[in-house]
Design a protein. Structure first.
Lengths: 113, 117
């Protein structure tokens, strides 16, 4: 019953490192999203994509980039990790039907030292 | 301005009682959808219920119902007969506008519900 998977559950990186978070969905969904979750702030949208090679900035894109070369895969890249990027990162996907829910992956807890 | 406001950071409820989690939203679009998610301590996000802005009936899914008051822009989640397993973080979210299928959800800050035996 695999739906949305993320490459790592836990990740520890050093300041300045380039970090790749991978997300794969097997539901043939058009939309894919990257959110960041911090206590008291809820989920904030970093980037999303509604088609291969398409991307749109969310509310907090600074310090992040994304790549969607295949429909099922959406990667989040931290070009130069900083301590304020320590957080829980949630990938999600959804079909184009706006009434349908978004399916989330299990999350990656990233610690930047 | 916040698009989704959840004013209750934490709530307590006795087992078997009903509880209402508040959510107000802000949009100028006529077409939008409201979602509620549950996040237990394990971290997974679980979809609970959906309400469309044009839906005439309030949404219900088992023990979950949505008290949708369009004029007040509120979409409160009602959980009936609370169970210990309902202890979790609850998020309200909205997807708005034309071509909403190509839009992301905007989330509130969440309410942590604790069910007491």
């Amino acid at each position: 019953d695999v739906k949305v998977t993320q490459s790592s559950r836990y990740l520890v990186k050093r300041t300045g490192e380039k970090v790749f978070l991978e997300c794969v969905q097997d539901m043939d969904h058009e939309n894919m999203f990257w959110y960041r979750q911090d206590p008291g702030l809820g989920l904030r949208l970093i980037y999303f994509s509604y088609d291969v090679k398409m991307k749109e900035k969310g509310d907090i894109p600074e310090g992040y980039s994304v790549s969607r070369e295949k429909k099922e895969r959406f990667s989040l890249i931290l070009e130069s990790a900083s301590t304020n990027q320590t957080s829980m990162y949630l990938c999600a996907s959804s079909p184009l039907d706006s009434r349908k829910s978004v399916d989330f992956g299990p999350g990656t807890r990233l610690l930047v030292l | 301005a916040q698009k989704i406001t959840q004013t209750q950071p934490g709530m307590f409820v006795q087992e078997k009682e009903a509880v209402t989690l508040d959510c107000t939203y802000d949009t100028s679009d006529q077409s939008y959808g409201l979602f509620w998610y549950k996040q237990p301590s394990s971290g997974e996000m679980i979809f609970l219920i959906y309400q469309g802005s044009y839906d005439e009936q309030n949404a219900t899914e088992g023990r979950y119902s949505l008290n949708f008051q369009k004029a007040r822009k509120s979409a409160n989640l009602v959980i009936s007969a609370s169970q210990l397993g309902d202890s979790a973080m609850y998020f309200c979210a909205m997807r708005e506008g034309l071509r909403a299928g190509r839009r992301a959800l905007t989330f509130g800050s969440g309410t942590r519900l604790q069910v007491q035996p």
